[in-house]
Design a protein around this ligand. Sequence first.
Ligand code: TNX
Length: 524
Amino acid sequence: MDLIPTPSHSTAYAADATFTLAPGTALEAGPGAENAARWLRAVVGAATGLPFASAGTAADGVVRLAVDETVPGGPEAYRITVDPASGVRITGAGPAGVFWGAQTFRQMLGPDAFRRAPVRDRVWQVPSGHLSDAPRFGWRGFMLDVARHFMPKDGVLRYLDLMAAHKLNVLHLHLTDDQGWRLEIRRHPELTAKGAWRERTKVGLRESTLWDERPHGGYYTQDDIREIVAYAAERHITVVPEIDIPGHSQAAIASYPELGNTDVLDTGALPVLPSWGVNPNVLAPTDETLRFYEDVFTEVLELFPGEFVHIGGDECPKDQWRDSATAQTRIKELDLEDEDELQSWIIRHFDRWLADRGRRLIGWDEILEGGLAPGAAVSSWRGFAGGIAAAKAGHDVVMCPESHVYLDWRQSESPDEPVPIAHARTLEDVYRFEPVPADLTEDEARRIIGTQANLWTEVMDSVRVVDYMAFPRLAAFAEVAWSALPAPAERDWADFESRMRTHYARLDALGVEYRPPGGPLPWQ
Ligand code: TNX
């Protein structure tokens, strides 16, 4: 069946005894299974042309979806039983489990089940047997940087479908950065009136590489976000918003110059940044800045119901704070040691602010510097060290080391790679990524709540390029995040590669422009 991610528990399917779906095959959903049934009828119904009547004669068997809390393995666990005569039973420990089971069922039907209309006459059969499955991690994330290059709403909805097909369940949206602010904030409209647009952008990372002479911009209205969040929820995906502070904030400063260090430079002259890298123009550590961002986060909480809110915290050069009388006075007033503690003080402020509202803060591993806010979780991106330190200190960790799961890194050493960033990270490298470092105790290891692949889009200005960089590596990542794979050296790469042959056909049917195994195509 070539399932990806591979089911973490046994399968005993007999290819010679199959259940055949037919126009009279009914679809039944028990309490809690309704949204999986809705998805199955719409998506698998469109691909197969089968009506999946809810009250069939049952002459052609039934696809039954149900929740059964006794299914072991947590709320996302599920079982599938296929009987040649009576049909298919998908049982989830909770609604999410039923939904992931429905995703597996689509894979069992073959690549044609990934199209939006039936393209050939065919018999829709699934092999009989029994399968049980449950995820290794509760946080199986994908980060899209929509700040450097905006991804229109339709593209995000499409990525939610692609994530669901791979059983990924957290979409981390990097909504703000130096180069753009992508979220409508009613109380501060200049953030998008000005901050969502930039002029003449340098696309290449080096002077010698491509210059894109086009201005660039775009943002999501609050209705767009409500739609994205609801579409994600239907697919059991949580959207984690990131508002990056106190660095990576020049788009906000360009919109509201008083947010910057006005006693160090004329922040009124700062544009939305048209180039890349670590940027010295950071937020001023004033009460006005804190109030402004409380306004922002108030609207963020209204829009995003998930537990976690990401506050960035990465790459904040402290030079301006060193030169700023305002920042230095603040350090003295608060009785802090240095600028690192000042950053930590800002993070702690928002940690408390979020906790008071029943939410939790997550930030990049720099938030460890100068003291980590209690209760905060960490996205470990600069390798594993930050995540290990955080786990040992009792903080929850999402492992996303750039060395392994930065999908903006080039896919091979070939000079033809269209996006030649950093070092080659091949499909096999991603497949052999192990999110839990061996030197953690069992208790510490439990703090690794999940793993995430991050896609930064400095040089990715269209869905075509994003597809190329994300796939096929996101499929390997999804298996690492979902399946209980053995240690990296023991992973069966040949088996994964062979299952990928079927999976490429699924991606073709979905219209994903992945990097082909043989290397880039001419357009790329
Ligand atoms: C580092 S990862 C960054 C991003 C860049 C990325 C490029 C992180 C928290 N910060 O701002 O886009 O490297 O690979």
